[in-house]
Each structure stands twice: as C-alpha cells, then as structure tokens.
Design a protein around this ligand. Sequence first.
Ligand code: AMP
Ligand code: MG
Length: 349
Amino acid sequence: MGGIHTNVWYVDDDVDIEKSYPQIVEAAEWLKKNEVVAFPTETVYGLGGNAFSKQAVAKIFEAKGRPADNPLIVHVASRPHVEKLVKEIPHEASKLMDAFWPGPLTIVLRGGEGVATNVTAGLDTVAIRMPDHPVALALIEAADLPLAAPSANLSGKPSPTTAQHVIHDLTGRVAGVVDGGATGVGLESTVVDCSSDTITILRPGGITKEQLEEVVGHVEIDPALTDDSHQPKSPGVKYKHYAPSAPVTLVDGTSSFLQSIVEKRKEEGIKVGVLATEETEALYKADVVIPCGSRSDLISVANRLYDVLRRFDEANVDEIYSEVFTEQGVGTAVMNRLSKAASGNVIKE
Ligand code: AMP
Ligand code: MG
C-alpha cells in the first residue's frame, strides 16, 4: 500500500542513546524536510511532523486517514519549545508541567497561533505534551522542532504499541519509523484542559484524576465522556477509535455468564474471541482466548490492551467478547478505550 519508501531505524531505547544517535539524526533530517516519521513514546508510537509546517501536518492526516477536524497534540522536549507555541502559561498549567512532564499528560492551552492551522483544526487552543521517552526527546531535540504527533496507526485502528504495529499500518505512507521497542503505558496520554478557570479532563489516560487533584485541587471530567448527549470538548473523543476489525461486545457479569454467550455464538458457527485476564483465562472455552494483563494490576491491562485487540484481528475471529474492569485509577482509561472499541455495546448479566 502507498507509494513512498519507508525507512526503519533501529535504536536502543534505554541502553545507549548516544550509540543510536546517527539514526536519530537521520530521522530528524526527514522531519526538517517536512516529511513525517513515526517514533516511540512512553504511551504509544506517534507519527510526527513539523508543527510549524502546514504541508508536514497535512501529510500526517493523509497517512493516517485522519478526519481533518480532529486536532493534533504537539510534542516538545523543553519549556522553551512551549514558549514558542503559546503566549502565556497559566500558573496551574505550569504546576502540572512541573509535576508530570515529561510524562503522559497533554495540556490544552489558549493560543497556538504559532503552529500550523491544521494542527489545531481551527480551534483557538493547542494541546501540548512532553513525552517521557529518551528516543522521542532525542528526536525532537535533533530536529529542534515541536512535533505534531497523533498515534501512528491508521485512523480508527488500535494505537500502535510496537514498531511492528506501525510498519503494518503505515509502510509506504510515511518517510520512516524509528524502532525503539515496545512502548510503556500502552494507552494514550490524559488530555487536560487548562484554557479556562476550571481544569477539565477531556480524555482519560495514564495520569489519573486523583493524581491531578493532588497537584491542582478539584478537577472536572468532561460530561461528554459519560453522556452522549454532550458535545465533547476534545473533538477526537467523538470518533469510534481503537477498534479491531471484528465487533467487540463488553460483558458486564461473571465469567460463566460470558462463557454462556460464547457457547451460543459458537453453536451458530461463529468464530469467537474472548478478552480475558490472567486470573480468568482458564475459565473460557472459545476459539481464541487472550489474557490482557492481570486483574490485580490494571496498569498491566492498559499495557497489553491494544496489542491484544490487534491479535484478535490476526486470529481472524468474527466476534470479540470482553470482560470489564473497575473504573478506578487507570481503569477509567482502560474502560474508556474498551467502550470505544465496542462502540458502547454492553451486555449486562
Ligand atoms: P491522538 O493524537 O490520536 O491521541 O488524539 C489527540 C487527542 O487530543 C484527540 O482526542 C484530540 O481531539 C485532542 N486534542 C488535540 N488538540 C486539542 C485541543 N486544542 N483541544 C481539545 N482537544 C484537543
Ligand atoms: Mg490516536
């Protein structure tokens, strides 16, 4: 698919960043030429382009097939980069940067006149984050540019947590992929709006509401996240995201209830996949049963989620039934992504 040659640069993510520097410099050269390059971050792989270049940013949207009204997060490596993007950093936003950067927190600020208009999809705010990954930071520094970067997957597909996922989706569509191994958190950043007096979570992610509140006091959650009748303030949230090819149904009940659904579908000749956990894996008899981390460690579930969703695609199942998780801590983000993968489809016992 696609027509352009896609370079792959291998780098050591934690061993010796100095040694892999020539590859990073080469990747940065493409970015300076306004080409797009995928790179690892601590959340998922990003597809980066010069945030000041309308032409570079257009290539990101084109490679992903991303709707133009879904704005991009700008990735920076330093505070001076942020100052190039917005006129003013409010006090609360500054406290959040001190506490969570580099890290999986995206901060929406007023301004953003500096970036290309297609980065912000015409909004008068801009979303900014400093990734906590040595390869991402080295690449941004080598290019010396803030990089607009959404997840490096085809739009609508689960976000990539390995370079192989990116290569699968984007070969022939991007100038290159910096392969720094598997990512850490495995879910996208938390998006928090600091453009007005109330601080509001627009998208749940690796940093929880509780963690944010420790730093800035009360934090709101965008009502659109739980109630469809509201218009989300984060345009991307309205899209069906993160979905494997087979339809996903969440099953809110016991393992034996889930298994009874599986049996009925199998009788009808349907190839069924079950998204289970280490604790429950042995309780299911389906065509494909994949454990997604451990119930006692929701971070491990977050970590594995997108890879597991992609593995159901590889196994060519017709339907996927998934366990649900408690909406606490990172469980909020896990359930947000799972509900989207399922387009809101839930069966309650
Ligand atoms: P992605 O890059 O695919 O992880 O998605 C980025 C998320 O950030 C989407 O949900 C966007 O809608 C959201 N976002 C980016 N810029 C802004 C902004 N200025 N205001 C609100 N949400 C934003
Ligand atoms: Mg994405």
